[in-house]
Design a protein around this ligand. Structure first.
Ligand code: FMN
Length: 402
């Protein structure tokens, strides 16, 4: 779902996670959505309605009504909204929704809303696993207009560990982006390779590199935001796989090669962002290599070139973006790499500037395009880089009539 331009009603109930609804509100606004807020009385004991009123620039619907004193807010607000998100949703609110009770702003809005309703439960594990809450969630799952946003088990506000944890606001936004991605606003599918690869030497050692995975995560976010279905084929990374992507973990370059080439024909766009090892040990020892205190020579052989082979078998309207990291004569080597690979675009970057590159949020980069002059590298955030890639891919697809 494209959130830009959507009218979102945010219901907040009495949970310790209520403060996270402020962040959710801001993230929804960042996506371009307009947000209004309804709060249960218990929620107002956790966060003051004034906070939500200031952030949403609109009076909040509470049990006392609002300063404008509109008499039918329980109908006006849900009718105004394209979708209703209750986050966090308390056990009490879930019980009301499932059983048709409507005695406070949040449950009243649930009952009188005609659009999609999204519920993000938040509570202690014992409450969450209780027969009553599980039965109520089951009932809600059976409603065609209601979707439950559930977080994997993890650490809870009370210090315990288990299910019932509130889904992180950024994950909620991604889940909404992913929803009906084949329908309204759908842009097609993109495969992004991410992270680094590990090339085994023996059962405990490997050759790898310093790639953190941050650029690929920024790309995944931007492609999701633009309405793409994202397949994320990744080696080890220092950052979390973004919520809302199809997660395909791999380890070695050969694994990554096999997964990419297998999925290639089904994709509209491929972005080769992973830092793939060019070489791998020719012979992998099945037992740990012993320390003999004498010189050890590792013989390396080249890995298959994923970018070049994927360009060779690319369907007609597929757009392929390669990445090239260079440390010397950057532009010349970038131009050669673009020509050799045959990709539509090459994102050229370099790790040599202090405070930017691997693991950092800033990176010096330039995006090279087939047949166009090579631009100078300039410093930008990984999000800016990702936004530019998505914009170029979209216009290329338009030009191809895809
Ligand atoms: C400090 C504190 C934290 C609470 N956290 C939660 C929670 O995370 N989830 C929940 O379902 N109830 C929680 N409760 C209980 C609810 O606030 C209580 O059931 C309330 O009646 C819910 O009302 P509402 O559904 O109208 O917002 C908490 C209560 C307190 C005092």
């Amino acid at each position: 779902m494209i959130l830009a331009g959507k009218k979102v009603l945010l219901g907040v109930t009495g949970s310790i996670a209520a403060y996270k609804a402020c962040e959710l509100l801001r993230l929804l606004q960042k996506e371009g959505a307009e947000v209004r807020v309804a709060m249960s009385e218990a929620a107002t004991k956790f966060v003051a309605p004034r906070t939500f009123a200031s952030l949403s620039k609109c009076p909040v619907y509470t049990k006392d009504g609002n300063p404008e004193g509109r008499p039918f807010q329980h109908i006006d607000f849900p009718r105004w909204a394209d979708l209703y998100i209750v986050a966090p949703a308390s056990a009490d609110a879930i019980g009301k929704f499932a059983n048709g009770l409507a005695d406070d702003p949040v449950s009243l809005c649930y009952m009188s809303s005609q659009g999609e309703k999204w519920i993000a439960p938040a509570m202690n594990s014992t409450m969450y696993l209780s027969n009553a809450v599980q039965k109520n969630l089951e009932t809600l799952r059976s409603f065609s207009d209601t979707f439950i946003l559930e977080s994997p088990a993890g650490e809870l506000a009370c210090g315990e560990n288990g299910p019932g944890r509130f889904m992180e606001p950024s994950e909620i936004v991604n889940a909404l982006r992913m929803h009906s991605v084949d329908g309204e606003g759908s842009q097609g599918s993109v495969l992004i390779t991410a992270g680094r690869t590990e090339e085994a030497i023996d059962p405990v050692r490997y050759i790898s590199n310093r790639s953190s995975g941050k650029t690929a995560v920024a790309l995944a976010h931007e492609f999701l935001k633009a309405g793409f279905r994202v397949y994320f084929v990744h080696g080890p990374m220092d950052v979390k796989v973004p919520f809302g992507v199809f997660d395909v973990p791999v380890t070695s370059s050969q694994d990554m090669y096999d997964r990419v080439l297998k999925a290639q024909s089904k994709m509209d766009v491929i972005v080769h962002c992973a830092a793939v090892a060019d070489y791998r040990p020719k012979n992998v020892s099945s037992t740990k290599i012993k320390d003999s205190r004498s010189q050890l020579i590792l013989e390396l052989e080249p890995n298959p070139n994923i970018l070049r082979d994927s360009v060779k078998s690319k369907p007609e309207k597929q757009v392929i973006v390669g990445f090239g990291l260079e440390t010397d004569d950057v532009q010349k080597h970038g131009e050669e790499k673009l020509a050799k690979s045959g990709a539509d675009f090459l994102v050229l970057n370099t790790p040599v500037v202090n405070g930017a590159g691997f693991g950092y949020d800033q990176v010096p980069f330039a995006i090279l395009e087939k047949g166009k002059p090579v631009p100078e590298l300039s410093m930008g955030s990984k999000t800016e880089l990702a936004e530019k890639v998505v914009a170029l891919v979209k216009s290329k697809r338009e030009a191809l009539g895809a």
